[in-house]
Design a protein around this ligand. Structure first.
Ligand code: SAH
Ligand code: SF4
Length: 412
């Protein structure tokens, strides 16, 4: 059963919205600032130099360990300083427009961010996927996408703008709020609860948008998310997925140091040109060379190659053979993704036997090749199904989608 929590009726929703409106206004947010920027902000609020480091650490702890979204909760900071901070800065969460819970436990949030400068408010989607022993949060990096991969729903939504570091982090913080995943209080020795014990144990930059076309903001947000004195996610548990922005791949390893996933999807340039059009700019050879040179690459830190299974398009045994040949020498794992349909999509998912045959071949060649279980399809939360306002699905489109799934198209 699909539960749609329509937050619009509830007092909680009104309170969140009012808080978001009141606090966001035009004030810059402290969320998403580096430690140096935070110190600068504190100095601007009149904190004396000798206190800057200590105050910045206190704030960091409140924001990222305890997850507060109201200055008044920071009880070890004087009321007077809290007042001065609140006058100048915001720390409120974005508005949660809708929260949907799939029959399989997957959750999707539609979040609204206030205008930046002269712009309009924007909406994006974030998805939480609970699994045995871990929980993965799928974060968006852009509103829409400039790329137009032909099998991807996000690709049909024009780029509205890049998300800021604050907005990227806010997705993680909202998820932790809603899942009760911030600790109530510090442990007696002030230690931080390890990621293993957390509901959000892993993050994937696989939501809306191409993260490497928003490099600086993604970098800033991920460095804060992996800061050991804050949100404390291990870089081994953060995966950035790119469609193949070759010039930024080395920097991703050097400057961010997270795990890399490549949306490969085809093993020949002519086909990849059609499926993933960025291939015309950065063809397979360049992409795979960049992968071979990925900083920190080893058998313990493999690159994940994502491969969407499209019926009669890229799913033959000769494709599997070519895939194995292409990846030779790259420590890799191959993630086979059954195609997730969306209204208006022109593909079908490969048959289950075909996917298994493909997986078996790749596996026998020595590559782990898990088939990604589609999650949250009933709420359009699965890979490639995300797309936000202003073009959310009309009811008739939802019904069409359901009919499509019942008819078996795209079902794995
Ligand atoms: N823009 C980035 C990350 C977001 S997409 C990228 O392209 O890598 C996350 C993954 O879902 C990518 O591998 C993407 O190609 C894949 N995907 C897109 N649409 C899909 C669909 N309809 N069904 C299954 N996977 C899809
Ligand atoms: Fe953009 Fe990734 Fe979708 Fe391609 S697959 S259109 S890069 S979000």
């Amino acid at each position: 059963m699909t539960a749609i929590l329509d937050l619009s009726d509830t007092a909680a929703r009104d309170a969140i919205a009012a808080q978001a409106r009141a606090r966001f206004t035009d004030k810059p947010s402290l969320v998403g600032m580096s430690r140096a920027e935070l110190s600068e902000a504190l100095a601007g609020a009149g904190v004396p130099d000798r206190q800057l480091r200590m105050r910045a650490s206190q704030l960091w702890h409140w924001l990222y360990v305890r997850g507060v979204s109201d200055f008044d909760e920071m009880f070890n900071i004087s009321k007077e300083l809290r007042g001065r901070l609140a006058e100048r800065f915001a720390i409120a969460r974005p508005e949660i427009v809708e929260e949907q819970i799939s029959g399989d436990g997957t959750r999707k949030w539609l979040l609204r961010f206030p205008p930046r400068g002269a712009g309009r408010p924007v909406e994006i989607e974030t998805v939480y996927i609970p699994e045995e022993g871990r929980g993965t949060l799928c974060i968006s990096s852009q509103v829409g996408c400039t790329l137009t991969c032909s099998f991807c729903h996000t690709g049909t939504q024009k780029l509205v703008r890049n998300l800021t570091a604050e907005e990227i982090l806010a997705q993680l913080m909202v998820a932790r709020d809603r899942l009760g995943d911030f600790p109530d209080r510090d442990t007696p020795d002030g230690a931080i609860v390890p990621a293993e014990g957390r509901k959000v144990s892993n993050v994937v930059m696989m939501g809306m948008g191409e993260p490497l076309y928003n490099f600086e903001n993604v970098k800033k947000a991920l460095l804060i998310a992996s800061d050991g004195d804050g949100l404390s996610l291990s870089k081994r548990r953060i995966t950035l997925s790119t469609s193949g922005v070759v010039p930024e791949i080395a920097r991703t390893g050097e400057e961010i140091g997270v795990m890399l996933a490549i949306s490969l999807h085809a093993v020949r340039d002519d086909l990849r040109d059609m499926l993933v059009p960025i291939n015309r700019k950065y063809p397979l050879k360049d992409l795979l060379d960049a992968c071979r040179a990925y900083p920190g690459l080893s058998n313990a830190r493999r690159i994940t190659f994502e491969y969407v299974m499209l019926k009669d398009v890229n799913d033959s045994l000769s494709d599997a053979k070519e895939l194995v040949r292409l990846l030779k020498g790259i420590p890799a794992k191959i993630n086979l993704i059954p195609f997730n349909p969306w209204p208006g999509s022109n593909y079908q998912c490969s048959d289950w036997e075909t996917i298994e045959r493909f997986a078996d071949y790749v596996n026998a060649a020595g590559y782990a090749s898990p088939i990604r279980t589609p999650r949250g399809r009933d709420i359009l939360a699965a890979c490639g199904q995300l797309k936000s306002e202003s073009e959310r699905l009309r009811k008739s489109e939802r019904l069409a989608l359901e009919a499509m799934m019942i008819a078996g198209h795209g079902e794995a």
